[in-house]
Design a protein around this ligand. Structure first.
Ligand SMILES: C[S@@+](CC[C@H](N)C(=O)[O-])C[C@H]1O[C@@H](n2cnc3c(N)ncnc32)[C@H](O)[C@@H]1O
Length: 188
């Protein structure tokens, strides 16, 4: 399913295979699950992160998974039955509308698997700006990418960006953790 979608939409999918469980663990290891009530995932694909997020998430929390590809949305809806999950067909650029429609105000964490370097011009900037606005003060934007391109988009919106390389993923993958500091929230 994942490979078929890559062949149909290479720029939108950005990778031939889903992420490894090592990458999933390393991306989610710093999440404060006790405090999280709204988690948003961009580009869930076949649910590689989605299932683990649901396993770790608080019973009262909500996960909004947003994907531009209708086939992935239908796949997830047919395979994961969890009342805490809301699968949305659309663009991450509309995250604030989807959060409001789910009855929430701001997200604690937003995780992204979107291939920023192959998006049409301006879309990556818009997604990062909307994400910053959609996070609560102290909230974090967690991003995994095979290219360093997203670094400049994150630095334009967030004043704290930490970067690492997950060497155990095949191929090795860059991970970014961008925090919405109290200072940034007050400046808005
Ligand atoms: C590399 S795949 C990641 C799949 C999965 N999360 C994983 O780690 O294996 C990228 C995903 O981003 C989705 N995508 C691309 N552009 C998007 C956008 N603007 N908004 C939401 N999803 C998008 C694609 O449809 C695809 O599901």
């Amino acid at each position: 399913m994942f490979f078929r979608q890559f062949v149909k939409h290479p720029g939108m999918i950005g990778s031939i295979i889903p992420s490894s469980s090592t990458l999933v663990d390393s991306m989610l290891s710093g999440v404060d699950w006790q405090r999280t009530r709204l988690f948003v995932e961009y580009g869930p694909g076949v649910g590689t992160f989605t299932r683990t997020i649901l396993e770790r998430m608080h019973p009262d929390a909500t996960l909004i998974a947003i994907d531009l590809n209708l086939d992935f949305v239908a796949w997830l809806e047919a395979r994961i039955a969890d009342p805490r999950l809301r699968v949305v067909h659309g663009s991450a650029a509309d995250v604030r509308r989807f959060i409001a429609e789910a009855g929430h105000r701001q997200a604690d964490y937003i995780l992204s698997g979107i291939p920023f370097s192959t998006l049409p011009d301006g879309v990556g900037d818009a997604i990062c700006a909307e994400t910053q606005a959609a996070l609560r003060p102290g909230g974090e934007f967690l991003v995994y990418q095979y290219s360093a391109y997203v670094r400049q988009l994150l630095s334009a919106q967030f004043d704290e960006v930490a970067e690492q390389v997950e060497w155990r993923n095949i191929p090795p993958c860059r991970t970014f953790r961008a925090r919405k500091t109290e200072r940034l929230a007050q400046a808005a």
